[in-house]
Design a protein around this ligand. Structure first.
Ligand SMILES: [Zn+2]
Length: 229
C-alpha cells in the first residue's frame, strides 16, 4: 500500500473548549491555577452572553477554588444558584456596577457595601464577615435582566467598587464608561481587597493579558500585497 492511501483525512475544525467555550488557541483553562480564598465565588451568566472570545468569567472562576458558574436566566434563591442546601443571603455580596453617583461615593481604589444613600457606616465590618461574592457576567442589559429575574439578589449585600485602573480591554473594545471593567478585572479587584492579599489582584489578572495577547496575534493576519498603481 502506498503512503498516500494511508494518509489521514484532513483534520476537522477544532472544537471549542468545553469549559470556557473558547477556540483552542484562546483557551487558557489548562494554565489556570486555582487559589484557595476565604470568600466563595458565584458567577451568574446570561445565556446570550456572546463574547466567547474575550469573555473573562471563566478566567476568574478557573482561578478561584470551588467557584460556581451558572448560565441561565433565573434561580429560586441563592442556595439554589449555589447548588447548596442553604446559604445566608446577608453574608453574600453581589458586585453591583452602580451608577456614577454610587461609584463616586466610594473612595477611588476602594470597595464598599452601599445602601440607598451610599456606603453603609459598618461597611468594613460587613465586608469582613462576607462568605462570598456574586458576579453577574454579561452586557449591561443582560445584567439588568438577571437583576429583574432574580429578586433574591436584592437580599444580598450590594457591593460597589471604584476601580483605580483602566480596563485592559482598552483598544480592543469600547466600554460605555471609563469605570467599566471586565468581569475578571472587577472580580480580581474585589478579591484582592477582600482577601487582604495585595498581590492577588495582579495574579488573577495575568491570564487576561495572555488572552488579549493571543487574541491580538490571531487578528494580525498578513495583508495582501497592495495592487500596482
Ligand atoms: Zn478553556
Amino acid at each position: 500500500m502506498s503512503d498516500e492511501l494511508l494518509s489521514p483525512p484532513p483534520p476537522a475544525p477544532p472544537e471549542p473548549c468545553k469549559t470556557c467555550g473558547k477556540p483552542p488557541d484562546l483557551c487558557l483553562c489548562a494554565e489556570l491555577e486555582p487559589v484557595r480564598t476565604r470568600l466563595g465565588l458565584l458567577i451568574l451568566q446570561h445565556p446570550q452572553e456572546q463574547d466567547v472570545e474575550l469573555g473573562t468569567a471563566r478566567l476568574l472562576s478557573g482561578q478561584i477554588e470551588g467557584a460556581v458558574v451558572k448560565v441561565g436566566l433565573s434561580w429560586a434563591n441563592l442556595a439554589k444558584a449555589l447548588g447548596r442546601s442553604q446559604a445566608d443571603p446577608r453574608r453574600w455580596g453581589v458586585l453591583h456596577m452602580g451608577s456614577k453617583e454610587d461609584v463616586a461615593k466610594v473612595p477611588r481604589g476602594g470597595i464598599a457595601v452601599v445602601g440607598k444613600n451610599g456606603p453603609l457606616p459598618d461597611s468594613d465590618i460587613i465586608l469582613a464577615d462576607l462568605e462570598g461574592l456574586v458576579l453577574i457576567d454579561g452586557t449591561w442589559s443582560q445584567a439588568k435582566t438577571l437583576w429583574w429575574r432574580n429578586a433574591w439578589l436584592l437580599k444580598l449585600r450590594r457591593v460597589v467598587i471604584h476601580p483605580d485602573f483602566r480596563s485592559a480591554y482598552g483598544t480592543v473594545r469600547r466600554e460605555p464608561r471609563k469605570e467599566s471593567v471586565s468581569t475578571l478585572e472587577a472580580g480580581a479587584f474585589a478579591f484582592g481587597k477582600l482577601e487582604g492579599d495585595p498581590g492577588l489582584q495582579e495574579r488573577l489578572l495575568q491570564p487576561f493579558d495572555q488572552l488579549l495577547d493571543r487574541w491580538k496575534k490571531r487578528r494580525r493576519r498578513p495583508h495582501p500585497p497592495a495592487p500596482a498603481a
